[in-house]
Ligand binder design. Structure first.
Ligand SMILES: [Zn+2]
Ligand SMILES: [Zn+2]
Length: 284
Protein backbone atom coordinates (compact mmCIF):
# COMPACT_ATOMS: atom_id res chain seq x y z
CA UNK A 1 0.00 0.00 0.00
CA UNK A 2 1.38 3.36 -0.87
CA UNK A 3 -0.34 6.61 -0.13
CA UNK A 4 0.88 9.99 1.00
CA UNK A 5 0.49 10.72 4.69
CA UNK A 6 -1.76 13.69 5.33
CA UNK A 7 -4.20 14.78 8.01
CA UNK A 8 -7.14 17.18 7.66
CA UNK A 9 -7.92 17.10 11.38
CA UNK A 10 -5.66 16.81 14.42
CA UNK A 11 -2.77 18.40 16.25
CA UNK A 12 -4.67 18.76 19.50
CA UNK A 13 -1.97 19.14 22.13
CA UNK A 14 -1.51 19.30 25.88
CA UNK A 15 -0.27 22.87 25.41
CA UNK A 16 -3.73 24.10 24.40
CA UNK A 17 -6.27 21.37 25.25
CA UNK A 18 -7.07 19.84 28.66
CA UNK A 19 -7.81 16.35 27.29
CA UNK A 20 -4.74 16.12 25.02
CA UNK A 21 -1.06 15.54 25.91
CA UNK A 22 2.40 16.76 24.81
CA UNK A 23 3.46 20.16 23.52
CA UNK A 24 2.37 21.41 20.12
CA UNK A 25 6.05 21.66 19.18
CA UNK A 26 6.56 17.94 19.88
CA UNK A 27 3.38 17.09 17.97
CA UNK A 28 4.50 18.96 14.85
CA UNK A 29 8.03 17.50 15.10
CA UNK A 30 6.45 14.01 15.12
CA UNK A 31 4.41 14.78 11.98
CA UNK A 32 7.65 15.81 10.29
CA UNK A 33 9.49 12.69 11.57
CA UNK A 34 6.74 10.43 10.20
CA UNK A 35 6.99 12.03 6.79
CA UNK A 36 3.59 13.69 6.57
CA UNK A 37 3.26 15.76 3.41
CA UNK A 38 0.78 18.23 4.90
CA UNK A 39 -1.35 18.54 8.04
CA UNK A 40 -4.08 20.77 9.39
CA UNK A 41 -3.67 21.85 13.01
CA UNK A 42 -7.22 22.13 14.27
CA UNK A 43 -7.35 22.75 18.02
CA UNK A 44 -10.80 22.81 19.63
CA UNK A 45 -12.32 26.29 19.62
CA UNK A 46 -12.32 28.21 22.88
CA UNK A 47 -15.91 28.97 23.94
CA UNK A 48 -16.94 32.54 24.64
CA UNK A 49 -19.41 31.44 27.30
CA UNK A 50 -18.62 29.90 30.69
CA UNK A 51 -21.45 27.34 30.42
CA UNK A 52 -19.69 25.62 27.52
CA UNK A 53 -16.26 25.36 29.14
CA UNK A 54 -14.84 21.87 28.32
CA UNK A 55 -14.86 19.43 31.28
CA UNK A 56 -11.14 19.43 32.12
CA UNK A 57 -10.88 23.20 31.79
CA UNK A 58 -14.03 23.67 33.92
CA UNK A 59 -12.61 21.33 36.58
CA UNK A 60 -9.40 23.38 36.58
CA UNK A 61 -11.46 26.53 37.22
CA UNK A 62 -10.60 28.20 33.91
CA UNK A 63 -12.68 31.22 32.90
CA UNK A 64 -13.55 32.60 29.46
CA UNK A 65 -10.77 35.21 29.49
CA UNK A 66 -8.21 32.54 30.33
CA UNK A 67 -9.33 30.08 27.66
CA UNK A 68 -9.42 32.89 25.09
CA UNK A 69 -5.87 33.86 26.06
CA UNK A 70 -4.79 30.24 25.65
CA UNK A 71 -6.47 30.11 22.21
CA UNK A 72 -4.58 33.25 21.23
CA UNK A 73 -1.31 31.57 22.26
CA UNK A 74 -2.33 28.50 20.23
CA UNK A 75 -2.53 30.58 17.05
CA UNK A 76 0.77 32.29 17.80
CA UNK A 77 2.57 28.99 18.42
CA UNK A 78 0.95 27.25 15.44
CA UNK A 79 1.93 30.12 13.12
CA UNK A 80 5.49 30.02 14.51
CA UNK A 81 5.74 26.27 13.82
CA UNK A 82 4.16 26.70 10.36
CA UNK A 83 6.98 29.09 9.45
CA UNK A 84 9.72 27.13 11.25
CA UNK A 85 8.95 23.90 9.37
CA UNK A 86 7.92 25.41 6.04
CA UNK A 87 10.60 23.47 4.15
CA UNK A 88 9.66 20.15 5.78
CA UNK A 89 5.89 20.05 5.91
CA UNK A 90 2.95 22.11 4.67
CA UNK A 91 0.94 23.16 7.72
CA UNK A 92 -2.51 24.74 7.67
CA UNK A 93 -3.53 26.44 10.90
CA UNK A 94 -7.20 26.24 11.74
CA UNK A 95 -9.57 25.18 14.44
CA UNK A 96 -12.37 22.70 15.12
CA UNK A 97 -15.81 24.17 15.75
CA UNK A 98 -18.55 23.24 18.16
CA UNK A 99 -22.28 23.18 17.49
CA UNK A 100 -23.74 24.17 20.87
CA UNK A 101 -26.62 26.65 21.17
CA UNK A 102 -25.23 30.02 20.16
CA UNK A 103 -22.06 28.55 18.59
CA UNK A 104 -22.52 30.68 15.48
CA UNK A 105 -21.66 33.93 17.28
CA UNK A 106 -18.62 32.35 18.95
CA UNK A 107 -17.29 30.79 15.74
CA UNK A 108 -17.80 34.01 13.78
CA UNK A 109 -15.95 36.02 16.44
CA UNK A 110 -13.03 33.56 16.50
CA UNK A 111 -12.76 33.57 12.69
CA UNK A 112 -12.69 37.37 12.65
CA UNK A 113 -10.05 37.52 15.38
CA UNK A 114 -7.71 34.71 14.33
CA UNK A 115 -8.17 34.41 10.55
CA UNK A 116 -7.66 30.64 10.41
CA UNK A 117 -6.45 28.99 7.20
CA UNK A 118 -9.34 26.54 7.40
CA UNK A 119 -12.04 25.10 9.68
CA UNK A 120 -13.08 21.62 10.71
CA UNK A 121 -16.83 21.79 11.24
CA UNK A 122 -17.74 19.44 14.09
CA UNK A 123 -20.75 18.88 16.32
CA UNK A 124 -19.98 17.40 19.77
CA UNK A 125 -23.04 18.74 21.64
CA UNK A 126 -26.77 18.18 21.53
CA UNK A 127 -29.05 19.94 24.01
CA UNK A 128 -25.78 21.55 25.14
CA UNK A 129 -24.57 18.15 26.43
CA UNK A 130 -21.16 16.89 25.32
CA UNK A 131 -22.39 13.59 23.90
CA UNK A 132 -19.08 12.10 22.71
CA UNK A 133 -17.45 11.97 26.14
CA UNK A 134 -19.41 10.43 29.01
CA UNK A 135 -22.01 7.75 28.29
CA UNK A 136 -24.38 9.28 30.88
CA UNK A 137 -24.45 12.56 28.92
CA UNK A 138 -25.10 10.68 25.69
CA UNK A 139 -28.02 8.89 27.37
CA UNK A 140 -29.37 12.19 28.70
CA UNK A 141 -29.24 13.60 25.19
CA UNK A 142 -31.16 10.55 23.90
CA UNK A 143 -33.89 11.22 26.45
CA UNK A 144 -34.05 14.93 25.60
CA UNK A 145 -34.32 14.16 21.88
CA UNK A 146 -37.08 11.62 22.58
CA UNK A 147 -35.24 8.44 21.56
CA UNK A 148 -32.11 7.23 19.84
CA UNK A 149 -33.39 7.74 16.28
CA UNK A 150 -34.53 11.25 17.14
CA UNK A 151 -31.04 11.90 18.55
CA UNK A 152 -29.48 11.01 15.21
CA UNK A 153 -31.99 13.25 13.41
CA UNK A 154 -31.20 16.17 15.74
CA UNK A 155 -27.48 15.63 15.20
CA UNK A 156 -27.71 15.71 11.42
CA UNK A 157 -30.00 18.77 11.54
CA UNK A 158 -27.48 20.73 13.64
CA UNK A 159 -24.68 19.55 11.37
CA UNK A 160 -26.49 20.78 8.26
CA UNK A 161 -27.02 24.17 9.85
CA UNK A 162 -23.30 24.39 10.60
CA UNK A 163 -22.38 23.30 7.06
CA UNK A 164 -24.69 25.88 5.46
CA UNK A 165 -23.61 28.69 7.76
CA UNK A 166 -19.81 28.35 7.72
CA UNK A 167 -19.06 25.99 4.81
CA UNK A 168 -16.11 24.57 6.73
CA UNK A 169 -13.39 23.26 4.39
CA UNK A 170 -13.50 19.98 6.32
CA UNK A 171 -16.51 18.29 7.94
CA UNK A 172 -15.25 16.48 11.07
CA UNK A 173 -16.08 12.85 11.93
CA UNK A 174 -19.35 12.97 9.98
CA UNK A 175 -21.24 10.28 11.95
CA UNK A 176 -19.77 10.87 15.42
CA UNK A 177 -23.29 10.51 16.82
CA UNK A 178 -22.85 6.73 16.70
CA UNK A 179 -20.02 6.85 19.25
CA UNK A 180 -21.89 5.31 22.21
CA UNK A 181 -24.41 3.29 20.18
CA UNK A 182 -23.44 -0.39 19.73
CA UNK A 183 -26.43 -0.88 17.41
CA UNK A 184 -25.58 2.04 15.13
CA UNK A 185 -25.67 -0.04 11.96
CA UNK A 186 -29.43 -0.41 12.39
CA UNK A 187 -29.88 3.38 12.43
CA UNK A 188 -28.81 3.70 8.79
CA UNK A 189 -31.84 1.53 7.91
CA UNK A 190 -34.24 4.06 9.45
CA UNK A 191 -35.53 6.34 6.69
CA UNK A 192 -35.58 9.53 8.80
CA UNK A 193 -31.96 9.02 9.85
CA UNK A 194 -30.61 7.78 6.52
CA UNK A 195 -32.34 10.54 4.56
CA UNK A 196 -30.77 13.22 6.76
CA UNK A 197 -27.30 11.68 6.54
CA UNK A 198 -27.49 11.43 2.75
CA UNK A 199 -28.99 14.94 2.53
CA UNK A 200 -25.96 16.31 4.42
CA UNK A 201 -23.51 14.30 2.32
CA UNK A 202 -25.15 15.58 -0.85
CA UNK A 203 -24.85 19.16 0.36
CA UNK A 204 -21.18 18.62 1.32
CA UNK A 205 -20.59 17.40 -2.23
CA UNK A 206 -22.41 20.38 -3.77
CA UNK A 207 -20.37 22.82 -1.70
CA UNK A 208 -17.11 21.01 -2.49
CA UNK A 209 -16.22 20.43 1.16
CA UNK A 210 -13.96 17.58 2.32
CA UNK A 211 -15.04 14.73 4.56
CA UNK A 212 -12.68 13.87 7.43
CA UNK A 213 -11.91 10.14 7.05
CA UNK A 214 -11.41 10.04 10.79
CA UNK A 215 -9.26 7.08 11.80
CA UNK A 216 -9.16 7.88 15.52
CA UNK A 217 -12.09 5.49 16.07
CA UNK A 218 -9.90 2.67 14.68
CA UNK A 219 -6.99 3.66 16.89
CA UNK A 220 -9.38 3.43 19.85
CA UNK A 221 -10.53 -0.08 18.91
CA UNK A 222 -13.60 0.41 16.68
CA UNK A 223 -13.74 -1.76 13.57
CA UNK A 224 -14.36 1.04 11.11
CA UNK A 225 -13.55 4.74 10.88
CA UNK A 226 -15.95 7.65 10.56
CA UNK A 227 -17.68 7.49 8.07
CA UNK A 228 -19.27 4.10 8.57
CA UNK A 229 -19.96 1.70 5.75
CA UNK A 230 -23.11 2.79 3.89
CA UNK A 231 -22.26 6.47 4.29
CA UNK A 232 -18.73 5.99 3.01
CA UNK A 233 -20.10 3.98 0.09
CA UNK A 234 -22.44 6.86 -0.79
CA UNK A 235 -19.55 9.34 -0.63
CA UNK A 236 -17.43 7.14 -2.89
CA UNK A 237 -20.26 6.60 -5.39
CA UNK A 238 -21.09 10.27 -5.63
CA UNK A 239 -17.49 11.48 -5.72
CA UNK A 240 -17.40 13.47 -2.47
CA UNK A 241 -13.84 14.19 -1.35
CA UNK A 242 -12.67 12.21 1.66
CA UNK A 243 -9.24 12.72 3.23
CA UNK A 244 -7.60 11.08 6.24
CA UNK A 245 -7.62 12.79 9.61
CA UNK A 246 -5.80 11.19 12.54
CA UNK A 247 -7.51 13.53 15.05
CA UNK A 248 -4.30 13.31 17.07
CA UNK A 249 -4.38 14.33 20.73
CA UNK A 250 -0.63 13.95 21.43
CA UNK A 251 2.52 12.41 19.94
CA UNK A 252 1.37 8.80 20.47
CA UNK A 253 -1.79 9.19 18.39
CA UNK A 254 -0.08 10.72 15.34
CA UNK A 255 -0.54 8.51 12.30
CA UNK A 256 -2.37 5.87 14.40
CA UNK A 257 -5.02 4.00 12.45
CA UNK A 258 -3.94 5.55 9.15
CA UNK A 259 -2.91 2.30 7.41
CA UNK A 260 -6.05 0.49 8.55
CA UNK A 261 -8.30 3.39 7.56
CA UNK A 262 -6.81 3.71 4.09
CA UNK A 263 -7.02 -0.07 3.63
CA UNK A 264 -10.77 0.08 4.37
CA UNK A 265 -11.25 3.05 2.04
CA UNK A 266 -9.40 1.38 -0.83
CA UNK A 267 -11.14 -1.97 -0.29
CA UNK A 268 -14.43 -0.13 -0.75
CA UNK A 269 -13.21 1.46 -3.98
CA UNK A 270 -12.27 4.88 -2.58
CA UNK A 271 -9.30 6.92 -3.71
CA UNK A 272 -6.21 7.86 -1.70
CA UNK A 273 -5.54 10.71 -4.11
CA UNK A 274 -6.17 13.16 -1.26
CA UNK A 275 -7.87 16.51 -1.57
CA UNK A 276 -6.20 19.23 0.48
CA UNK A 277 -8.18 22.17 1.88
CA UNK A 278 -7.39 25.37 0.04
CA UNK A 279 -5.98 27.96 2.39
CA UNK A 280 -8.54 30.57 3.30
CA UNK A 281 -11.37 28.87 1.51
CA UNK A 282 -14.81 28.64 3.11
CA UNK A 283 -13.84 30.92 5.92
CA UNK A 284 -16.33 33.70 6.49
ZN1 LIG B 1 -10.40 16.57 21.53
ZN1 LIG C 1 -13.96 16.33 17.25
Amino acid sequence: MSFSKVSVHGGHSGSFCGHAVDSLGDVVAEYVAQGFEWVCLTEHMAPLRQSMMPPEEAAAGMNVAEIQARFERYFEEARRLQALYRNDIDILVGFETEGYAGYEADVAALIARHEPDMLVGSVHHLHNLLFDDKLADYQRAVTLSGGIEALYCDYFDVQLELIERFQPAVVGHFDLIRIHDPDYRQRWEVAAVRDRALRNLTRIGELGLILDLNVRALAKGADEPYLSEPLMAFAIETGIAMTTGDDSHGVDSIGKGLDAGVAILEARGGSSDWVRPARGRHVK
